[in-house]
Design a protein. Structure first.
Length: 75
């Protein structure tokens, strides 16, 4: 992903299954996103997070909500 840190959005998950499910949703909807390590200061339950650019954040959040994927926006 080529966006700068200021334009990235990160989403946390309680389980690895949810993180992988979120990635699958993003791929199915052609939303650019990638699985990354959860930020160390996030104290996340899962060590994985999903990252997308700010311009795709709203679409990704809507897709995850529609599919029932539990997530926590970070930052």
């Amino acid at each position: 992903m080529s966006s700068t840190p200021a334009t990235r959005r990160v989403y946390l998950f309680d389980t690895t299954t949810s993180a992988m499910w979120a990635e699958d949703v993003a791929v199915a909807r052609n939303i650019p996103a990638e699985v990354v390590p959860a930020p160390s200061d996030a104290k996340a339950k899962c060590g994985l997070a999903l990252q997308t650019s700010g311009e795709h954040a709203e679409g990704l959040e809507a897709a995850l909500q529609q599919e029932g994927v539990p997530f926590i926006p970070y930052g």
